[in-house]
Design a protein around this ligand. Structure first.
Ligand SMILES: *Cc1c(COP(=O)(O)O)cnc(C)c1O
Length: 395
């Protein structure tokens, strides 16, 4: 018996339940040239599962900024920010992110996953209570698991349920509400004004994950706070640079004291190598483009609307919405995997999303549109969903 035989057994069990995850080798050179088409298995397929919503990952200006940054600062930071990994580019990007978000300050993290771990392990303390939307991202859950505070989940976007849970907490405990602005797997938007009103009433802090709202929602893509025009005093925002901004990394935006506190307490900030200055330089350029070329956001939104309309017209059950994240729920994992394969046969690459990423019975295709999709691309995708949906018996 091999030492690791138990791992094989577990993986076999996952496979039997349609839950095995595998890396799919794709030769995606075409996508890197800014096209939503890529090579897979010797065929051209339409990419419909990237978070590069604005097409900035392969924008020549962003790529150039990255190259210039590497020429000037090298490819690696060489140490944590607090040691010798800091640079003027990091500071500049933080200032621009704070301005973009309308906050006093911002702090870079190496990834969104690490930002969420850092935030939630550092801020809530023993005796506090964290209220998490039931559908929040794994990184937020993992952050809560690292926290000494107690976590409770409230029903997705259900502020009545949230209120009933808040009412049960004893007066002395500090309260934290954790939600996403745009939910990563459903593409719906949190009722932030109601959540903030509850935060006011119960003296809570809102931790708002803007991974899929940054560059997507609100004027110039400033996110959920801008979308609603909410007061952000009780909010600590986290956002990522690797999705709509097309680069890599993440940030927390809020009051200066929050940033100062995180620099001293967030272990995923302190004990890790800084982002390369070159990626910060690329993010600065991406952030500039997001704000100066609003037509990109408009194009992405128009594509999202056309895609939702098209999928609804062929009879798929697509929730109404305005974000580029469009869930097509099939139910069990095998049906989602089969649908994904049928779509691939039709020339569309859209991944199946299964538990534990989404709740049981909620397996789905998560289709995401980008600003770089043309009208013809969207029409092609809808047609592929039509044919694959029929073959899968979903239509
Ligand atoms: C992608 C994502 C993250 C993690 O961000 P990375 O920079 O990719 O680590 C965190 N939260 C949500 C909601 C996400 O979708």
């Amino acid at each position: 018996m091999s030492t690791f035989a138990w791992m094989r057994d577990e993986l076999d069990e996952l496979a039997r339940n349609g839950l095995l995850r595998r890396l799919r080798g794709s030769d995606s050179q075409a996508a890197l040239l800014g096209s939503p088409w890529l090579e897979m298995g010797g065929r051209r397929v339409l990419l419909l599962c990237s978070n590069n919503y604005l097409g900035l990952a392969a924008d020549p200006r962003v790529m150039h900024a990255f190259q210039q940054g590497a020429t000037k600062y090298g490819v690696g930071a060489g140490a944590a920010r607090l040691v010798s990994g800091d640079s003027p580019v990091h500071r500049h990007l933080e200032e621009e992110l704070a301005r973009f978000k309308g906050t006093e300050s911002a702090l870079l993290f190496s990834t969104g996953y690490m930002a969420n771990l850092g935030l939630l392990s550092a801020l809530p303390s023993r005796g506090d209570k964290i209220f998490c939307d039931r559908l929040v991202h794994a990184s937020l859950i993992d952050g809560c698991l690292l926290s000494p505070a107690e976590m409770v989940r409230y029903k997705h976007n259900d502020t009545a349920h949230l209120r009933s849970l808040l009412e049960k907490v004893r007066r002395k405990a500090r309260r934290w509400i954790v939600t996403e602005g745009v939910f990563s797997m459903d593409g719906d938007i949190a009722p932030l004004p109601e959540i903030c009103a509850l935060a006011d009433e119960f003296d809570a802090v809102v931790i708002l994950d803007e991974a899929h709202a940054t560059g997507v929602l609100g004027d110039e893509g400033r996110g959920t706070v801008a979308y609603y025009g909410c007061d952000s005093r009780r909010i600590i925002q986290m956002g990522t640079l690797g999705k709509a901004l097309g680069v890599f990394g993440a940030f927390v935006a809020g009051e200066q004291v929050v940033v100062d506190y995180l620099v001293n307490r967030a272990r995923s900030f302190i004990y890790t190598t800084a982002l390369p200055a070159a990626t910060a330089a690329a993010s600065l350029e991406a952030l500039r483009i997001v704000q100066s070329e609003p037509e990109r956001i408009k194009r992405m939104r128009d594509n999202a609307a056309a895609m939702r309309r098209g999928l609804a017209q062929i009879g798929l059950n697509v929730p109404p919405g305005e974000t580029p994240v469009i869930p097509v729920i099939t139910g069990d994992p095998s049906s989602a995997v089969e649908f994904s394969q049928l779509l691939l046969d039709e020339g569309v690459y859209a991944q199946a999303i299964r538990p534990p990423t989404v709740p049981k019975g909620q397996s789905r295709i998560r289709a995401t549109v980008m600003a770089t999709h043309s009208d013809d691309d969207i029409a092609f995708a809808v047609e592929a969903f039509h044919r694959a949906g029929k073959k899968a018996g979903l239509l």
